[in-house]
Design a protein around this ligand. Structure first.
Ligand code: GP9
Ligand code: MN
Length: 640
């Protein structure tokens, strides 16, 4: 066999296969209906590198070894692509390592597997064809083979290792801030798994193969085995947590349909504010006066933003500080609000005009008890609307006609989109006119325009519910998922707020909660509450009893307490009760750095007075994390 020069000539076949691998990754992205890839260069670079890393080592083996190696890798590649594609066709989501750990669904797919096989899947087998042709030509002498000396083999391994490190290094450390130093390799691997918390984002940037690899790495590193002490902590919390007490509102909305609107990036601070005489949220303001308005209600999101708001609201469990439960704990068993309502005769729907894979929703929704998900492809997206996604007006209008077919009683969760960052509303739909000397910057102005627009869409939606009579048959709850991160809170006077301004204006900030129902009084509540309290409050209003211990409390009940955690460190940043409060906005979050206050006066009192509640809340927040990580939600059931 003729010797040819090293090093790149040795990688000719791996390079061809890596090129094909890039193509296969992109075809997979098209198969799962991803829109045009905004990270196409990063995507090509990383998937090509992984292709080289997978196929490159074949050159280290002599003849037969090379064929065996390539066959093994090709089989792995085909299996992963095809099983992910089949999983997507069946579940509408991406296969995760945790799905096998808590496998209860894989059986179901077997019977329908044949019907899911489509001709396009052949693309994921093409590498076998390329390899066969290559070897045939090599044998005929049309392509020269390579024989590597020991030193060259060593150099090749080194080259592959460097190429791998460099490519993944770019993902981890190439964020335009130069290169960070790797000090702790296991930590670096963990970061590689969570450089972005969103699976769709990760797959668009690095391909499905890399996503699955990082999911497996994350799964291995994740602490899901609990110690005896962990179990004891959860048990102690459960024992001390009574069933939600019934009050005079119990069953006030019994048998009614439940309509929930999770309003994107809606901060409480924009309500009842004007710009040059124009109300920012005229519709929300009106609605707040028509029902129960919680003016001191807080988001609890971690890195999962919208998804965390949904998670906390539907489960009454805290969001995890450094990972996203929707993604990493999607296959757990939960006792969520939609599941409770299905057990009480409700049909449950979620409506959101994004792809179902976003935030891994298609994997977790069934676990929360949603029976039907209405997603992007169920809506007609008008051309040239000027909105990046389906506009909220279209979303509500089209949803209303779908809702007519929902059998009562139903629960329908609407998740809006138009006020999502970067808050771009086409000029024709902008309703606010800013004066010349406005204190708001461009982003803040865009944010306010988007809120004004979505407020209008919501107003029209509610008006239609009233017109059709559905308003009288429903319990309606509207709340913001999280803040806007635009820093506009202080301009609008959040610093003058009665409660901690740090909470009002930060991302862990105050969001409104409005509950409407013909049987409810008109009342504004100053008492503190958070997303955690949604489930117990709504359950009591509907007259259904949660089966398991919850982290939150009924907002209409006697006992009130809110504990807010920093979204990244686990630290407790604030505990609010009507009589005592603790706050600590320092990064480390140690108890001693905090302040204890007598409420509602906000008068400093000795720190020691807050010790008890701080310890209790620390235990509760830890219990919440352990319940999720240890998949214990199903064990929290009250004895019958
Ligand atoms: C899109 C939307 C994302 O599905 O829910 O919201 P985000 O988490 O980016 O606020
Ligand atoms: Mn959001």
């Amino acid at each position: 066999m003729k010797r040819i020069s090293f090093p790149f000539s040795a990688l000719r076949l791996p390079a061809v296969l890596a090129g094909l691998f890039v193509l296969q990754n992109e075809i997979f992205n098209l198969f799962v209906h991803f829109p045009a890839n905004p990270y196409i260069f990063q995507f090509i670079f990383i998937t090509f590198s992984l292709g080289i890393l997978l196929y490159g080592p074949s050159e280290l083996f002599p003849k037969m070894g090379r064929i065996i190696y390539l066959s093994v890798i090709s089989t792995i590649v085909s299996l992963l692509f095809i099983s992910q594609a089949l999983y997507f066709s069946y579940f509408g989501g991406f296969m995760q390592a945790s799905a096998f750990a808590y496998a209860d669904q894989t059986g179901a797919i077997k019977s329908t597997i044949i019907t899911l096989i489509k001709p396009i899947l052949i693309v994921f087998l093409l590498q076998f064809f390329v390899i066969a042709v290559w070897f045939f030509k090599e044998r005929k002498g049309k392509i020269s083979g390579t024989v590597l000396f020991k030193k060259e083999k060593f150099a090749l391994v080194l080259f592959l290792a460097l190429a791998g490190l460099f490519s993944y290094g770019i993902v981890l450390f190439g964020d335009g801030n130069g290169w960070k130093k790797i000090t702790n390799f296991p930590q670096t691997l963990k970061e590689l798994n969570s450089f972005t918390f969103s699976p769709t984002d990760k797959i668009q940037r690095t391909g499905i193969f890399n996503y699955y690899a990082s999911d497996v790495v994350g799964f291995i590193f994740r602490k899901t085995k609990l110690t005896e002490e962990d179990f004891a902590l959860v048990q102690a919390w459960k024992q001390n947590t009574p069933e939600i007490a019934k009050n005079k509102y119990f069953g006030a909305a019994k048998g009614k349909d439940l309509i929930i609107v999770q309003f994107e990036s809606l901060e409480n601070v924009v309500l009842f504010q004007t710009i040059d005489g124009q109300e920012i949220t005229p519709n929300l303001n009106k609605l707040a006066k028509e029902g129960l308005y919680f003016d001191n209600y807080y988001t609890q999101v971690g890195p999962g933003n919208t998804a965390d708001a949904e998670f906390v609201t539907m489960n009454s469990l805290y969001a995890l500080p450094n990972t996203v439960a929707f993604v990493d704990f999607a296959h757990n068993s939960y006792n969520a609000l939609p599941a409770l309502l299905t057990q009480n005769g409700y049909r449950t729907y979620s409506l959101h005009a994004d792809v179902p894979t976003f935030w891994n929703r298609s994997n977790i929704y069934p676990k929360l008890g949603y029976e039907t998900s209405i997603t992007k492809s169920d809506f007609v997206i008008p051309e040239n609307s000027g909105f990046e996604m389906l506009s909220d007006k279209e979303f509500f209008t089209q949803s209303l006609s779908k809702m007519k077919d929902f059998p009562s009683p139903f629960m329908a969760t609407f998740i809006t989109l138009s006020s999502h960052t970067p808050f771009i509303v086409p000029e024709k739909d902008q309703m606010l006119v800013f004066p010349e000397n406005t204190p708001f910057n461009e982003t803040q102005k865009n944010y306010l325009q988007s809120i004004r627009y979505s407020d209008q869409a919501l107003g029209e939606f509610i008006a239609e519910l009233k017109r059709s009579g559905e308003y009288d048959r429903a319990l309606i709850a509207i709340y913001g998922d999280h803040g806007s991160l635009t820093g506009l809170g202080n301009i609008l006077g959040a610093e003058k707020s009665k409660v901690f301004p740090e909470l009002r204006s930060s991302v862990e900030g105050s969001v409104p909660l409005i509950i409407l129902g013909s049987s409810l009084p008109k009342k504004t509540y100053e008492i503190p509450g958070s997303h955690l309290d949604f489930y117990p409050t709504i359950a009591n209003l509907l007259g259904v009893t949660p089966k398991a211990a919850l982290m939150g409390q009924d907002l209409l009940g006697k006992s009130r307490r809110v504990t807010i955690r920093d979204s990244y460190s686990r630290a407790i940043t604030a505990i609010l009760t009507p009589t005592i409060a603790y706050k600590n906005f320092s990064e480390a979050g140690e108890f001693d750095n905090g302040t204890c206050l007598k409420m509602p006066e906000q008068k400093n009192i000795p720190l020691a007075d807050c010790k008890n509640i701080y310890l209790k809340e620390t235990a509760a927040t830890s219990a919440s994390d352990l319940i999720i990580k240890g998949n214990l939600a199903a064990t929290l059931l009250f004895a019958k």
